[in-house]
Unconditional design. Structure first.
Length: 114
């Protein structure tokens, strides 16, 4: 695994605000590897225990499905963590995904006034 790419993924995920979600593809696009959403998922599957903490539960697939839930300690932990932040999940899918979607390309751009 490319350590620089891994750390870039971790840094972006750490920026996702509580109560918001993004997608693997949005992160891949942000780090310049638009076609590498599966790689981003692989990186996040190995993020548990990393310090500072990486809130991987805030990353879902492009339509809001909790496709990474099997990488958490229990099958329901990802959903529980999202719900603790006020995100409603129905049928393993984030409700109001479009409203809650955090686009790292836009948010990082605006936060840094680039």
């Amino acid at each position: 695994m490319d350590i620089d790419v891994q750390e870039s993924v971790f840094q972006i995920v750490r920026l996702i605000p509580k109560g918001r979600v993004t997608s693997y593809g949005a992160i891949a696009q942000c780090i310049g590897t638009k076609q590498s959403s599966r790689y981003v998922g692989w990186v996040l599957a190995h993020s548990h225990g990393v310090l500072p903490a990486v809130p991987a539960h805030r990353v879902v697939n492009r339509i809001g499905l909790l496709t990474g839930k099997h990488h958490f300690d229990t099958p329901t932990l990802m959903q529980e963590l999202l719900e603790a932040e006020g995100i409603r999940v129905v049928g393993d899918r984030v409700s109001e995904f479009a409203v809650l979607f955090w686009n790292p390309m836009q948010e990082i751009y605006y936060e840094n006034n680039l």
